[in-house]
Design a protein around this ligand. Structure first.
Ligand code: PMP
Length: 427
């Protein structure tokens, strides 16, 4: 049994000693004290089905025994910085990760977060090309440090500090975008930015394949091939941010960008890579990797033994438990059931995504696509009371995000949809 402080006591400590900017979604905050695979448990032992674990980086399942064992075993032997001394864990994981990449992407740099990975990727693109201009998408999320906050394309994640060096292209958003699902049309905007906003040469382009924080927006088909062509013609590098879509989550592919048939020059990752352990990575070609030999580059805990042991265990679990194909089959089933709900409830404007990266956009008027901002909080709260956790995102905060651990089952999907159906029927 749980003997720790109550929710109210934790709330008081948060108020006094933690950031005043912290927020939570629920009327009655949820105190998670245990986790097991796709389930979380509160202080009273009440079980919650976690349909949002993916955002919190859990890909194999909470406290997956294989991952925990690898972490504990490594921790008992040695935990240190691997910058100065040799250790096999970083080398083993780098080799295993490189084997999952297409093309000549085989040099790995480790970081501690997605923000750090994207900061490094952007810097490498600038160094490699000798250019400063980067193009990213409106509605993107790439991090919250000096460079990545600029690349992030949503005002609610940007602080009022100097932000330069990035151009934001039209978002190839099939639901809200002006060109619908015509990826090539949106790509013309990138050509326009290169032609009219830069010297004609750029450092690169960065994007997610499915925008996560932006509300599960899968880039219109044909977009990335056209944009990558434009960027490479302008001398730039193409960066794929796989922080959310990577590691088999999209089901159809191991990496999100593969659905568009492109091969990036740099790939960044975090979250799922460590199943909850702070770990990020940048993978690039030997040619691009050379740029970091010009100066000393040091990251104390990037690639430390414990985190890379966790990363290697995660890759093994994904393979051993066929998690990518589970994301494909169960994700498709879940999407089908959610799409059926759309016929029943006017408030559902769109059901989209791939595998276990699904979104439901709530609107109060289907024609005008008016964001249903208040209703979404009600849905989340009611579902939580019934033991189901779902996320939220999108610029207007009106998209339910479903990114469960990849072990989410068909039964879990049925329970999820039944609870959502019941909640909506009472609205
Ligand atoms: N890229 C994407 C696509 C993300 O979703 C996030 C985090 N939401 C980041 C980068 C930044 O990762 P971190 O929070 O680990 O810095």
């Amino acid at each position: 049994p749980y003997a720790g402080p109550s929710v109210d006591e934790i709330l008081a400590k948060r108020k006094n000693f933690l950031s005043p900017a912290l927020f939570h979604f629920y009327k009655k905050p949820l105190n998670v004290v245990d986790g097991k695979m796709q389930y979380l448990f509160d202080e009273n032992g009440k079980r919650y089905l976690d349909a949002f674990g993916g955002i919190a980086t859990v890909c194999c399942g909470h406290c997956h025994p294989d991952v925990v064992e690898s972490i504990v075993n490594q921790l008992k032997r040695i935990q240190h910085s691997t910058v100065l001394y040799f250790n096999h864990a970083i080398a083993d994981f780098a080799e295993a990760l490189a084997s999952k990449m297409p093309g000549n992407l085989k040099v790995v740099f480790f970081t501690n977060s997605g923000t750090e990975a994207n900061e490094l990727a952007i810097m490498m693109a600038r160094l490699y090309t000798g250019c400063n201009d980067i193009i990213s998408l409106r509605n993107a999320y790439h991090g919250n440090a000096a460079g990545t906050m600029v690349a992030t394309g949503q005002s609610n994640w940007k602080f009022n500090v100097v932000q330069t060096g990035i151009h934001h292209a039209l978002n190839p958003d099939p639901y809200r975008g002006v060109f619908g699902s015509d990826g090539e049309k949106y790509a013309e905007d990138v050509q326009g930015l290169v032609d009219f906003g830069t010297s004609g040469h750029v450092a690169g382009f960065i994007s997610e394949a499915i925008q996560g924080v932006g509300g599960i927006v899968e880039l219109a088909p044909g977009y990335l091939p056209a944009v990558y062509k434009t960027i490479r013609k302008a001398g730039g590098l193409c960066i794929a941010d796989e922080v959310q879509a990577g590691f088999g989550r999209t089901g159809s592919h191991f990496w999100g960008f593969q659905a568009q048939g492109v091969v990036p020059d740099i790939v960044t990752m975090a979250k799922g890579i460590g199943n909850g352990i702070p770990l990020g990575a940048v993978v690039t070609t030997p040619d691009v990797a050379e740029v970091l030999t010009g100066r000393s580059y040091f990251n104390t805990f990037g690639g430390n033994p414990v985190c890379t042991a966790a990363g290697l265990a995660v890759l093994k679990v994904i393979e051993k438990e066929n998690l990518q194909s589970n994301a494909q089959s169960v994700g498709s089933y879940l999407k089908e059931r959610l799409t059926a709900l759309k016929d029943k409830y006017e408030i559902i404007g769109d059901v989209r995504g791939r595998g276990f990266m699904l979104g439901i956009e709530l609107v109060s008027d289907r024609q005008l696509k008016t964001p249903a901002k208040a209703e979404i909080l009600h849905v989340m709260d009611q579902m939580k009371e019934m033991g189901v956790l779902v996320g939220k995102g999108g610029y207007y905060g009106n998209v339910l995000r479903i990114t469960p651990p990849l072990c989410f089952s068909k039964q879990d999907s049925d329970f999820f949809v039944d609870v959502m159906d019941y909640t909506m029927s009472k609205m």
